[in-house]
Design a protein around this ligand. Sequence first.
Ligand code: NAD
Length: 254
Amino acid sequence: MAQDRFSLAGKNAVVTGGAQGIGKVVAHALAEQGANVALVDLNDATQVAAEIASTHGVRTTALTCNVTDPAQVADAIAGAAAELGPLDLLFNNAGIVLHKPALECTPEDFTRVVDVNLNGIFFVAQAFARHLVEQGRPGNIVNTASMSGTIVNIPQKQASYNASKAGVEHLTKSLAVEWADLGIRVNAISPGYIATEMTGTVREDWRQAWEGMIPFGRMGTPDELAGAVIYLLSDAATYTSGANIIIDGCFTVV
Ligand code: NAD
């Protein structure tokens, strides 16, 4: 296969949760493949956008947005298109985790996690797809699910997170089928334990327990997810939609 099938040159991409962690690293990787990138995050990603532009020579912008608010999401998608031009690609990745026993979870706790991780993924995908339809363009989406949407891992207790990520996996399949005739592909990645700000604050005994359970013997890095996202967003994957690539150092295989 020709190398350039993985090129994203000239494509305009939106990355949610792009201020740090997986989103930031994948945004760099998309830019390395030639994509212009709009970083959408609750936090200001201006500095990250500037770094990406100067490192990779692409156009970037940073938009502050809470993905749980459809009006803010619509503004962010419109803002990204106003800065970069018509949009092609979405890495729909913003998420939060809550470690709390289910018996102690308040309605607010559960709702907050599902709101960001599942509702937010839907609102962003919907706004992006509406933009594509308005523009009469094809496009494609990668949602960040998690291996926790498939398996239940001990010792941490995170029922709200696990349920939200299972929802993302099935939402991905549902949108892939519903939007197939619009030329919009929708896929997911399901990371295992990845070293980011999100996992950096967990208890040391949990970290050691996780590492002991991973056949690879270590956590992954965000950069080890980037190739799968590039593949799914590129013309190398034109017949792939509704797929979920698990990237977990074999955690869920054993
Ligand atoms: P992170 O906490 O380092 O980064 C998450 C980013 O999302 C932050 O920049 C944050 O500001 C942003 N964000 C959170 N809530 C938001 C909201 N309401 N609106 C807009 N932006 C919001 O986390 P990460 O480890 O980079 O995780 C990224 C994604 O990967 C998440 O969906 C997470 O669930 C998923 N994931 C992470 C791991 C892991 O081990 N790190 C494993 C599986 C899945």
